[in-house]
Design a protein around this ligand. Structure first.
Ligand SMILES: [Zn+2]
Length: 392
Protein backbone atom coordinates (compact mmCIF):
# COMPACT_ATOMS: atom_id res chain seq x y z
CA UNK A 1 0.00 0.00 0.00
CA UNK A 2 1.37 3.46 -0.77
CA UNK A 3 2.37 5.45 2.33
CA UNK A 4 -0.35 8.09 1.90
CA UNK A 5 -3.12 5.48 1.74
CA UNK A 6 -1.66 3.83 4.82
CA UNK A 7 -1.77 7.14 6.70
CA UNK A 8 -5.31 7.90 5.58
CA UNK A 9 -6.44 4.42 6.61
CA UNK A 10 -4.94 4.83 10.08
CA UNK A 11 -6.52 8.29 10.44
CA UNK A 12 -9.91 6.89 9.41
CA UNK A 13 -9.53 3.97 11.80
CA UNK A 14 -8.84 6.43 14.62
CA UNK A 15 -11.85 8.56 13.66
CA UNK A 16 -14.02 5.43 13.93
CA UNK A 17 -13.11 5.27 17.62
CA UNK A 18 -15.60 7.57 19.32
CA UNK A 19 -13.06 8.97 21.77
CA UNK A 20 -14.98 11.81 23.38
CA UNK A 21 -13.27 12.04 26.81
CA UNK A 22 -13.47 10.22 29.13
CA UNK A 23 -14.28 7.54 26.51
CA UNK A 24 -11.43 6.15 24.42
CA UNK A 25 -13.25 3.50 22.39
CA UNK A 26 -10.10 1.66 21.37
CA UNK A 27 -8.14 4.61 19.94
CA UNK A 28 -5.17 4.17 22.25
CA UNK A 29 -4.87 0.40 21.97
CA UNK A 30 -4.89 0.80 18.19
CA UNK A 31 -1.96 3.22 18.46
CA UNK A 32 -0.16 1.07 21.00
CA UNK A 33 -0.34 -1.88 18.62
CA UNK A 34 1.11 0.17 15.74
CA UNK A 35 3.91 1.62 17.87
CA UNK A 36 4.76 -1.68 19.51
CA UNK A 37 5.05 -3.30 16.09
CA UNK A 38 7.74 -0.81 15.03
CA UNK A 39 9.82 -1.16 18.18
CA UNK A 40 8.33 1.10 20.84
CA UNK A 41 8.03 0.11 24.46
CA UNK A 42 4.62 1.11 25.85
CA UNK A 43 3.85 2.48 29.31
CA UNK A 44 0.20 3.00 30.17
CA UNK A 45 -0.48 5.97 32.47
CA UNK A 46 -4.20 5.98 33.28
CA UNK A 47 -5.56 8.89 35.32
CA UNK A 48 -9.08 9.39 36.72
CA UNK A 49 -10.65 7.04 34.17
CA UNK A 50 -8.76 8.58 31.23
CA UNK A 51 -6.35 6.54 29.15
CA UNK A 52 -2.91 7.97 28.47
CA UNK A 53 0.36 6.37 27.50
CA UNK A 54 4.03 7.03 26.91
CA UNK A 55 5.95 5.07 24.28
CA UNK A 56 9.68 5.14 23.80
CA UNK A 57 12.36 3.68 21.59
CA UNK A 58 16.12 4.19 21.13
CA UNK A 59 18.88 3.41 23.58
CA UNK A 60 20.33 6.75 24.60
CA UNK A 61 20.97 10.32 23.49
CA UNK A 62 18.68 13.33 23.59
CA UNK A 63 14.96 12.63 23.81
CA UNK A 64 12.72 13.94 21.03
CA UNK A 65 9.00 13.39 21.57
CA UNK A 66 5.86 13.92 19.52
CA UNK A 67 2.88 14.89 21.68
CA UNK A 68 -0.62 13.99 20.53
CA UNK A 69 -4.10 13.64 22.02
CA UNK A 70 -6.60 10.97 21.03
CA UNK A 71 -9.70 12.61 22.52
CA UNK A 72 -12.01 14.72 20.41
CA UNK A 73 -14.79 17.17 21.16
CA UNK A 74 -18.38 15.86 20.79
CA UNK A 75 -19.94 15.91 17.32
CA UNK A 76 -22.29 18.76 18.28
CA UNK A 77 -25.40 19.33 16.17
CA UNK A 78 -25.72 16.13 14.17
CA UNK A 79 -28.14 17.68 11.70
CA UNK A 80 -25.32 19.88 10.42
CA UNK A 81 -23.18 16.89 9.39
CA UNK A 82 -23.42 15.51 5.86
CA UNK A 83 -21.69 12.26 6.91
CA UNK A 84 -21.50 10.13 10.04
CA UNK A 85 -18.96 12.05 12.18
CA UNK A 86 -17.41 8.78 13.37
CA UNK A 87 -17.17 6.94 10.04
CA UNK A 88 -13.94 8.39 8.61
CA UNK A 89 -15.32 9.18 5.15
CA UNK A 90 -13.14 10.16 2.19
CA UNK A 91 -14.97 12.45 -0.23
CA UNK A 92 -13.86 15.11 -2.70
CA UNK A 93 -10.19 14.83 -1.80
CA UNK A 94 -10.80 15.23 1.94
CA UNK A 95 -11.00 12.98 4.97
CA UNK A 96 -14.13 13.94 6.92
CA UNK A 97 -15.02 13.15 10.53
CA UNK A 98 -14.69 14.37 14.09
CA UNK A 99 -10.96 14.64 14.76
CA UNK A 100 -9.97 14.76 11.07
CA UNK A 101 -8.09 17.99 11.80
CA UNK A 102 -7.84 18.02 15.60
CA UNK A 103 -6.00 15.71 15.58
CA UNK A 104 -6.40 12.13 14.40
CA UNK A 105 -5.01 12.64 10.89
CA UNK A 106 -2.01 14.36 12.47
CA UNK A 107 -1.46 11.38 14.78
CA UNK A 108 -1.53 9.13 11.72
CA UNK A 109 1.02 11.41 10.02
CA UNK A 110 3.39 11.10 12.99
CA UNK A 111 3.06 7.32 13.17
CA UNK A 112 3.68 7.01 9.42
CA UNK A 113 6.67 9.36 9.53
CA UNK A 114 8.22 7.49 12.46
CA UNK A 115 7.59 4.12 10.85
CA UNK A 116 9.16 5.34 7.60
CA UNK A 117 12.17 6.81 9.41
CA UNK A 118 12.86 3.71 11.49
CA UNK A 119 12.74 1.46 8.45
CA UNK A 120 14.92 3.93 6.53
CA UNK A 121 17.71 3.72 9.15
CA UNK A 122 17.38 -0.04 9.56
CA UNK A 123 15.42 -0.16 12.81
CA UNK A 124 15.38 1.52 16.22
CA UNK A 125 18.80 0.04 17.06
CA UNK A 126 20.29 2.60 14.67
CA UNK A 127 18.73 5.67 16.28
CA UNK A 128 21.24 8.28 17.43
CA UNK A 129 18.65 9.71 19.81
CA UNK A 130 15.67 8.52 21.84
CA UNK A 131 12.24 8.89 20.35
CA UNK A 132 9.09 9.25 22.46
CA UNK A 133 5.36 9.33 21.79
CA UNK A 134 3.37 11.30 24.35
CA UNK A 135 -0.26 10.23 23.98
CA UNK A 136 -3.01 11.73 26.14
CA UNK A 137 -6.71 10.90 26.15
CA UNK A 138 -7.73 14.09 27.94
CA UNK A 139 -6.75 17.34 26.23
CA UNK A 140 -10.17 18.83 25.38
CA UNK A 141 -11.19 21.12 26.99
CA UNK A 142 -9.29 21.44 30.30
CA UNK A 143 -6.79 18.61 29.97
CA UNK A 144 -6.53 17.95 33.69
CA UNK A 145 -6.10 14.17 33.55
CA UNK A 146 -3.72 13.70 30.64
CA UNK A 147 -0.42 15.48 30.14
CA UNK A 148 0.49 16.03 33.78
CA UNK A 149 -0.08 12.36 34.60
CA UNK A 150 2.41 11.35 31.90
CA UNK A 151 4.86 14.07 32.97
CA UNK A 152 4.70 12.87 36.58
CA UNK A 153 5.26 9.31 35.40
CA UNK A 154 8.31 10.43 33.40
CA UNK A 155 9.66 12.47 36.32
CA UNK A 156 9.30 9.36 38.49
CA UNK A 157 11.67 7.47 36.21
CA UNK A 158 13.93 10.50 35.77
CA UNK A 159 13.09 10.90 32.12
CA UNK A 160 13.05 14.45 30.77
CA UNK A 161 11.84 15.27 27.28
CA UNK A 162 14.52 17.46 25.70
CA UNK A 163 12.63 18.42 22.55
CA UNK A 164 8.96 18.12 21.74
CA UNK A 165 6.77 18.61 18.70
CA UNK A 166 3.07 19.02 19.51
CA UNK A 167 0.99 18.05 16.51
CA UNK A 168 -1.83 20.60 16.91
CA UNK A 169 -3.20 22.39 13.85
CA UNK A 170 -1.19 25.64 13.72
CA UNK A 171 -1.25 26.80 10.10
CA UNK A 172 -3.39 29.90 9.64
CA UNK A 173 -4.28 30.53 5.98
CA UNK A 174 -2.05 28.14 4.15
CA UNK A 175 -0.33 24.88 5.10
CA UNK A 176 3.12 25.76 6.46
CA UNK A 177 2.61 29.45 7.16
CA UNK A 178 2.78 29.25 10.99
CA UNK A 179 4.52 27.31 13.75
CA UNK A 180 3.75 27.95 17.39
CA UNK A 181 6.56 28.48 19.85
CA UNK A 182 4.40 29.42 22.79
CA UNK A 183 0.87 30.03 23.89
CA UNK A 184 -0.80 32.76 25.85
CA UNK A 185 -1.99 32.16 29.37
CA UNK A 186 -5.69 32.11 30.19
CA UNK A 187 -7.28 33.23 33.43
CA UNK A 188 -10.93 33.27 34.33
CA UNK A 189 -12.26 35.58 37.03
CA UNK A 190 -15.57 36.06 38.78
CA UNK A 191 -16.51 39.13 40.80
CA UNK A 192 -19.52 39.29 43.10
CA UNK A 193 -20.52 42.80 44.16
CA UNK A 194 -22.69 42.74 47.24
CA UNK A 195 -25.55 45.15 47.88
CA UNK A 196 -29.00 44.87 49.35
CA UNK A 197 -32.30 43.61 48.06
CA UNK A 198 -34.82 46.38 48.69
CA UNK A 199 -37.89 48.07 47.28
CA UNK A 200 -36.47 50.25 44.52
CA UNK A 201 -38.20 53.35 45.84
CA UNK A 202 -36.22 53.07 49.11
CA UNK A 203 -32.84 51.97 47.82
CA UNK A 204 -30.06 54.37 46.98
CA UNK A 205 -27.03 54.02 44.72
CA UNK A 206 -24.82 52.86 47.57
CA UNK A 207 -26.66 49.63 48.19
CA UNK A 208 -27.67 48.82 44.62
CA UNK A 209 -24.86 46.62 43.25
CA UNK A 210 -25.76 47.51 39.65
CA UNK A 211 -24.96 51.17 40.28
CA UNK A 212 -21.89 50.26 42.24
CA UNK A 213 -20.61 48.03 39.46
CA UNK A 214 -20.66 50.69 36.75
CA UNK A 215 -17.45 52.64 37.58
CA UNK A 216 -15.67 49.50 38.75
CA UNK A 217 -16.35 47.42 35.66
CA UNK A 218 -15.49 50.42 33.49
CA UNK A 219 -12.11 50.75 35.26
CA UNK A 220 -11.38 47.04 34.92
CA UNK A 221 -12.38 46.86 31.26
CA UNK A 222 -10.37 49.97 30.37
CA UNK A 223 -7.30 49.00 32.35
CA UNK A 224 -4.10 49.13 30.35
CA UNK A 225 -3.12 45.45 30.44
CA UNK A 226 0.42 44.60 29.44
CA UNK A 227 1.42 45.33 25.83
CA UNK A 228 3.00 41.96 24.91
CA UNK A 229 6.46 41.55 23.42
CA UNK A 230 8.25 40.39 20.29
CA UNK A 231 6.45 37.02 20.39
CA UNK A 232 3.17 37.75 22.17
CA UNK A 233 0.28 40.02 21.25
CA UNK A 234 -1.01 42.32 23.97
CA UNK A 235 -3.07 40.91 26.81
CA UNK A 236 -6.79 40.92 26.05
CA UNK A 237 -9.77 41.23 28.39
CA UNK A 238 -13.27 39.95 27.70
CA UNK A 239 -16.48 39.91 29.77
CA UNK A 240 -18.23 36.55 29.47
CA UNK A 241 -21.25 36.90 31.78
CA UNK A 242 -23.00 39.50 33.90
CA UNK A 243 -26.02 38.90 36.02
CA UNK A 244 -28.07 40.77 38.61
CA UNK A 245 -31.75 40.59 39.43
CA UNK A 246 -33.97 41.44 42.35
CA UNK A 247 -36.57 39.07 40.98
CA UNK A 248 -39.10 41.85 40.32
CA UNK A 249 -39.14 45.13 38.42
CA UNK A 250 -39.40 47.16 41.64
CA UNK A 251 -36.69 45.34 43.62
CA UNK A 252 -32.95 45.98 43.72
CA UNK A 253 -30.69 42.91 43.56
CA UNK A 254 -28.72 41.73 46.55
CA UNK A 255 -25.80 40.90 44.32
CA UNK A 256 -24.26 41.42 40.91
CA UNK A 257 -21.98 38.76 39.54
CA UNK A 258 -19.73 39.16 36.58
CA UNK A 259 -17.34 36.77 34.86
CA UNK A 260 -14.47 37.59 32.54
CA UNK A 261 -11.48 36.04 30.82
CA UNK A 262 -8.02 37.35 30.03
CA UNK A 263 -5.54 35.91 27.53
CA UNK A 264 -2.14 37.07 28.64
CA UNK A 265 1.45 37.12 27.49
CA UNK A 266 4.63 36.00 29.19
CA UNK A 267 5.21 39.67 30.13
CA UNK A 268 2.73 39.34 32.98
CA UNK A 269 1.38 36.60 35.23
CA UNK A 270 -1.88 35.32 36.62
CA UNK A 271 -0.93 36.70 40.03
CA UNK A 272 -0.21 40.20 38.67
CA UNK A 273 -3.56 40.25 36.88
CA UNK A 274 -5.39 39.16 40.04
CA UNK A 275 -3.62 41.82 42.07
CA UNK A 276 -4.55 44.52 39.55
CA UNK A 277 -8.23 43.59 39.55
CA UNK A 278 -8.36 43.28 43.34
CA UNK A 279 -6.72 46.70 43.70
CA UNK A 280 -9.34 48.37 41.49
CA UNK A 281 -12.06 46.68 43.55
CA UNK A 282 -10.65 47.60 46.94
CA UNK A 283 -9.84 51.19 45.88
CA UNK A 284 -13.46 51.65 44.84
CA UNK A 285 -14.73 50.79 48.32
CA UNK A 286 -17.26 48.21 47.08
CA UNK A 287 -18.12 45.13 49.08
CA UNK A 288 -16.94 42.27 46.89
CA UNK A 289 -15.79 38.67 46.62
CA UNK A 290 -13.62 37.22 43.84
CA UNK A 291 -12.92 33.77 42.50
CA UNK A 292 -10.08 32.92 40.13
CA UNK A 293 -9.17 30.01 37.92
CA UNK A 294 -6.00 30.07 35.85
CA UNK A 295 -6.09 27.00 33.62
CA UNK A 296 -3.10 27.96 31.48
CA UNK A 297 0.09 29.81 32.23
CA UNK A 298 1.88 31.28 29.22
CA UNK A 299 4.98 29.61 27.83
CA UNK A 300 7.55 30.45 25.22
CA UNK A 301 10.37 28.52 23.58
CA UNK A 302 12.83 31.22 22.54
CA UNK A 303 13.79 30.74 18.90
CA UNK A 304 16.98 28.68 18.64
CA UNK A 305 18.46 25.66 16.85
CA UNK A 306 15.45 23.40 17.52
CA UNK A 307 12.76 25.85 16.40
CA UNK A 308 14.86 26.70 13.33
CA UNK A 309 15.21 23.01 12.51
CA UNK A 310 11.43 22.57 12.56
CA UNK A 311 10.96 25.71 10.46
CA UNK A 312 13.43 24.35 7.90
CA UNK A 313 11.55 21.05 7.75
CA UNK A 314 8.26 22.88 7.14
CA UNK A 315 9.80 25.12 4.50
CA UNK A 316 11.36 22.18 2.69
CA UNK A 317 7.95 20.53 2.21
CA UNK A 318 5.59 23.50 1.90
CA UNK A 319 7.89 25.97 0.16
CA UNK A 320 6.75 28.58 2.69
CA UNK A 321 8.82 30.21 5.41
CA UNK A 322 6.65 29.80 8.50
CA UNK A 323 6.22 32.62 10.98
CA UNK A 324 6.60 32.09 14.72
CA UNK A 325 3.36 32.62 16.59
CA UNK A 326 1.90 32.33 20.09
CA UNK A 327 -1.72 33.02 19.17
CA UNK A 328 -4.81 30.85 19.56
CA UNK A 329 -6.14 28.76 22.41
CA UNK A 330 -4.33 26.43 24.76
CA UNK A 331 -2.74 23.02 24.15
CA UNK A 332 -0.95 20.31 26.11
CA UNK A 333 2.22 22.20 25.19
CA UNK A 334 1.77 24.37 28.27
CA UNK A 335 2.20 21.41 30.61
CA UNK A 336 5.17 19.91 28.77
CA UNK A 337 7.06 23.19 28.29
CA UNK A 338 6.63 23.97 32.00
CA UNK A 339 8.97 21.03 32.73
CA UNK A 340 11.87 22.61 30.82
CA UNK A 341 11.33 21.12 27.35
CA UNK A 342 12.07 23.04 24.14
CA UNK A 343 8.71 22.79 22.46
CA UNK A 344 7.17 23.71 19.14
CA UNK A 345 3.79 23.01 17.54
CA UNK A 346 3.07 22.40 13.91
CA UNK A 347 0.17 21.00 11.94
CA UNK A 348 -2.69 21.61 9.50
CA UNK A 349 -4.66 24.73 8.83
CA UNK A 350 -6.90 24.77 11.89
CA UNK A 351 -10.04 26.56 10.70
CA UNK A 352 -12.09 23.32 10.54
CA UNK A 353 -11.31 22.30 14.15
CA UNK A 354 -14.37 21.34 16.20
CA UNK A 355 -16.78 22.24 13.33
CA UNK A 356 -19.49 20.11 11.75
CA UNK A 357 -18.09 18.19 8.75
CA UNK A 358 -14.56 18.66 10.16
CA UNK A 359 -12.27 17.62 7.34
CA UNK A 360 -8.63 17.55 6.27
CA UNK A 361 -7.45 17.71 2.65
CA UNK A 362 -5.64 14.50 1.64
CA UNK A 363 -3.00 16.70 0.08
CA UNK A 364 -2.24 18.28 3.48
CA UNK A 365 -2.09 14.86 5.12
CA UNK A 366 0.54 13.89 2.56
CA UNK A 367 2.54 17.06 3.19
CA UNK A 368 2.30 16.79 6.95
CA UNK A 369 3.72 13.29 7.09
CA UNK A 370 6.59 14.56 4.94
CA UNK A 371 7.19 17.45 7.37
CA UNK A 372 7.41 15.04 10.31
CA UNK A 373 9.79 12.84 8.28
CA UNK A 374 11.94 15.90 7.60
CA UNK A 375 11.97 16.82 11.28
CA UNK A 376 13.35 13.35 12.09
CA UNK A 377 15.99 13.56 9.36
CA UNK A 378 16.99 17.12 10.29
CA UNK A 379 17.15 16.21 13.98
CA UNK A 380 19.40 13.19 13.38
CA UNK A 381 21.66 15.16 11.06
CA UNK A 382 21.87 18.27 13.19
CA UNK A 383 25.45 18.98 14.31
CA UNK A 384 24.47 19.45 17.97
CA UNK A 385 20.88 18.39 18.69
CA UNK A 386 20.21 14.84 17.62
CA UNK A 387 23.24 12.88 18.77
CA UNK A 388 24.19 10.95 21.83
CA UNK A 389 27.46 12.11 23.36
CA UNK A 390 30.44 10.22 21.91
CA UNK A 391 31.39 7.29 24.12
CA UNK A 392 33.90 8.44 26.74
ZN1 LIG B 1 -6.13 19.52 19.66
Amino acid sequence: MNPLNKTINLAAELIRCRSVAPEDDGAQSLLQEKLHAIGFQIFEVPCQGRKNFWAETGRDGPLLAFAVHTDVVPEGDLSGWTVDPFAGTVRGGRLIGRGAVDMKSQIACVVSAVEWYLSEIGGPGHLTFRLGMFVTGDEEPEGNFGANAILDFLAGRETRIDYCVVTEPTSQEEFGDTVKIGRRGSIHGEIRLLGQQMHSSHADQLINPIFRSLPVLKDISEFNWCPGNAYFPKTTFQFTRIQASGGASNTTPAELSCEFNLRFSSETSAQTIQNQVEKILSDSGVNYRTRWNCNAHPFLTEPGPFTELVRDAVRKVSGIHPQYSTSGGTSDGRFIAARGTALIEFGFVGNMCHMVDESAPLEEIDKLQQVYQQILIHFANHPTLGHRKPDA
